[in-house]
Design a protein around this ligand. Structure first.
Ligand code: MG
Length: 277
């Protein structure tokens, strides 16, 4: 089978306040739109979104998500919009508070794991509640795999009818206290995914200095890549990334080196099984 073009996702703003680490992290919705537009022009076809309040703290305010969604549709035609249901800084009952806006996608972690300083808690009942809400609003989940068990937990959700048989899965590596960014571990996870969910599409996110090397491995292995300031604020040890667009350009350059095309928004929608924009 021919290798698909590579979908470059850009995670523009995390939930952990990082403004002090790199002033290029966009915080207000206006900053987020400007940053996403530049990343889109550099080749990103999917944007992963957390919003912040006026003090820069993680927010669940559906109005902010709606303002981003409305603006990005205008500035970046066809871009795939993925809202985060991630847990840091938000109570469980707030984590799906924006799904009624029907973004194209939303993240869905299928288990719990230790993060650097917290437990990222995803109770089995809560995972199912979020999966049901995504089905009800026709939002395609991106399964976040922080640990091996989460692959099999996703397969259980497929058997329960809560997920499509061809889910989109992201392997996250390099989070301290979770899985290390090792190519042999990635290849094992991928082999397991192919065994239990053979129709799944997949991408990876490497945290911090692992972002670039994981992009490279993933391009070689035929997967899709996430980059962006949520996961990593540096171009290299000595240089802060000046923008999300700069990180997208770095990933696009790796695609060019490997003779792998970068997906357009229309191609990303086809690959991910999403409705046309
Ligand atoms: Mg996130």
């Amino acid at each position: 089978m021919a290798v698909e073009p590579c979908i470059i996702s850009v995670a523009i703003t995390g939930s952990v306040p990082m403004k002090s680490d790199n002033p290029a992290v966009p915080i207000s919705v206006a900053e987020q739109l400007e940053s996403t537009h530049a990343a889109f022009e550099a080749g990103a076809s999917l944007v992963h979104v957390h919003v912040r309040d006026d003090q820069g703290r993680p927010s669940s305010d559906p109005e902010r998500f709606a303002a981003f969604q409305e603006g990005v549709a205008r500035l970046c035609p066809g871009i795939v919009v993925q809202f985060s249901t991630g847990g840091r800084g938000r109570a469980a009952e707030q984590r799906g508070s924006m799904l009624h806006l029907r973004p194209d996608m939303a993240s869905l972690a299928t288990g719990s794991v230790n993060f650097p300083t917290i437990v990222y808690e995803n109770h089995p009942a809560f995972v199912r509640e979020l999966a049901r809400a995504m089905q009800a609003h026709d939002v395609r989940p991106e399964i976040e795999v922080f640990d091996l068990s989460m692959i099999y937990a996703a397969a259980d959700l497929v058997r329960e009818g809560l997920l499509s048989e061809a889910p989109h899965v992201q392997f996250v590596m390099g989070v301290r206290n979770a899985l290390p960014a090792r190519r042999d571990v990635l290849e094992f996870e991928l082999a397991q995914l192919r065994a239990v969910l053979p129709r799944a599409t997949w991408c990876t996110a490497g945290i911090g200095r692992h972002q670039h090397e994981m992009n490279r491995w993933t391009i070689e292995l035929g997967g899709h890549c996430r980059t962006g300031l949520e996961d990593n604020v540096r171009l290299d040890r000595d240089t802060l990334a000046p923008s999300n667009a700069a990180l997208v350009r770095r990933t696009a350059a790796l695609c060019a080196e490997a003779s792998r095309a970068v997906a357009t928004p229309a191609e990303a929608r086809r690959i991910l099984g999403l409705r046309a924009a």
